[in-house]
Design a binder for this molecule. Structure first.
Ligand code: KG4
Ligand code: ZN
Length: 362
């Protein structure tokens, strides 16, 4: 099968609590992805009363919304379904029931339209979000140290190739550090819950810390300080915040909250930046990028903006545009576009046997 020079890729994302569909177009040089449409329904309000994502509710809701997201993405992009060159879908990792809804919808579309299917790893999607709607290529200098920092992952990758040359085993070959317990976003969400904020709490901690919160007010632990370890551990932070909260008299909590938020945020941001710097130096990276929901954090961005020059890298850090930091189908379509360009896709019977997978690897 020959691949059109600027293919249209349809993407579907349903791995957690965002139900999203999108149409993108890959540029001729395969370094830029233009977003023609994105339709996303966020289930945040539905899960908020439970303080976290309820898997069964998530899958049912995906089932109710996915068709309208698909229709709306096609309409906004103003293209006919038949103009699509391939269908990309998040295959893994995530909540298996939620993934199943997206994978089944994608397979049905691929079968009905007689188009190839590209199964996508969610984290490859986050990394690909760097290329969405960019005038300048996001990866200018390789190797790049890319941090995927989300509600489910805190992974450091050394990226040595442009996406059009990412090998099949790219994610496992490029991984140099990860969290041994909670992800950074999970640490934000769990500590925020202890402080009484709604789910997901990351953005609340960020906003409250901006109310003149002192990042040094509470001395929270920075785990795994050893210089030869590139892994993270955030589970101890939750206990430390719980203990600090117990010691604050009820009538002082309101005044202390900005300081508590700023100090919690500082412990997470410190750990992320410290390990990123170590990885940059160990692997002689020439640029850095942060993707995933936590990439929206204002303190992480401002500290990295201050510090990157002292890391010995040559260009300012890259972030995806804010609308592509949290889960969305455009990033999945982008990763699918790069894979499609390399001929990594499925058709016919082989395509029908693609299954949703909860785990990140086999
Ligand atoms: O990438 P994402 O949408 O979903 C996953 O794949 O997990 O990331 C969601 C995570 C949540 O933990 C949320 O609290 C966090 O990103 N987050 C933030 C901010 N905005 C979203 N964390 C800290 N500061 C923010 N401004
Ligand atoms: Zn994600």
């Amino acid at each position: 099968m020959s691949v059109r020079s600027e293919p249209y890729i349809f993407g579907i994302e349903s791995s957690c609590d965002e139900c999203s569909a999108s149409v993108v177009r890959l540029s001729k040089d395969q370094r830029r992805v233009d977003v023609l449409s994105v339709a996303t329904f966020s289930q945040i309000q539905i899960h908020a009363p439970y303080g976290g994502v309820v898997p069964e509710i998530a899958s049912r809701n995906h089932l109710e919304t996915i068709n309208s997201m698909i229709e709306s993405a096609l309409q906004q992009a103003a293209i006919r379904a038949d103009d699509i060159d391939a269908i990309a879908v998040t295959q893994r990792p995530g909540l298996v029931g939620a993934l199943l809804v997206g994978v089944t919808a994608a397979k049905t579309m691929a079968f009905a339209l007689n188009k190839p299917l590209v199964p996508v790893h969610h984290l490859e999607g986050h990394l690909s979000s760097l290329f969405l709607n960019r005038d300048e290529p996001a990866i200018s200098q390789l190797p790049l140290l890319a941090a995927v920092i989300s509600g489910g992952h805190t992974n450091l990758y050394v990226v040595r190739e442009e996406p059009k040359r990412w090998p099949k085993q790219f994610l496992s070959e490029a991984l140099v550090g990860k969290s041994r317990d909670d992800a950074a976003g999970e640490a934000f969400d769990k500590t925020a819950k202890l402080m009484g904020f709604p789910y997901p709490g990351g953005v609340w901690i960020d906003r409250t810390a901006q109310q003149k919160g002192n990042p040094k007010a509470f001395d929270f632990p920075r785990a795994l300080p050893q210089k030869d370890i590139l892994d993270f551990s955030f589970s101890g932070l939750k206990t430390a915040v719980a203990l600090a909260l117990k010691k604050i008299p009820a009538d002082e909590l309101r005044d202390q909250l900005p300081h508590l938020c700023a100090s919690t945020q500082e412990a997470i941001v410190d750990a992320i930046l410290r390990k990123m710097k170590l990885a940059v130096q160990r692997y002689r990276c020439r640029s850095v990028a942060i993707v995933g929901g936590v990439a929206a954090n204002s303190r992480l961005r401002s500290r990295l903006a201050e510090e990157w020059k002292s890391w010995g890298i040559e260009s300012p850090p890259s972030f995806p545009f804010p609308e592509f930091c949290t889960d969305n189908a455009a990033m999945i379509a982008a990763a699918g576009a790069f894979r499609f360009g390399q001929g990594h896709f499925f058709t016919g019977k082989e395509m029908l046997s693609i299954a949703a997978r909860a785990s990140a690897t086999d």
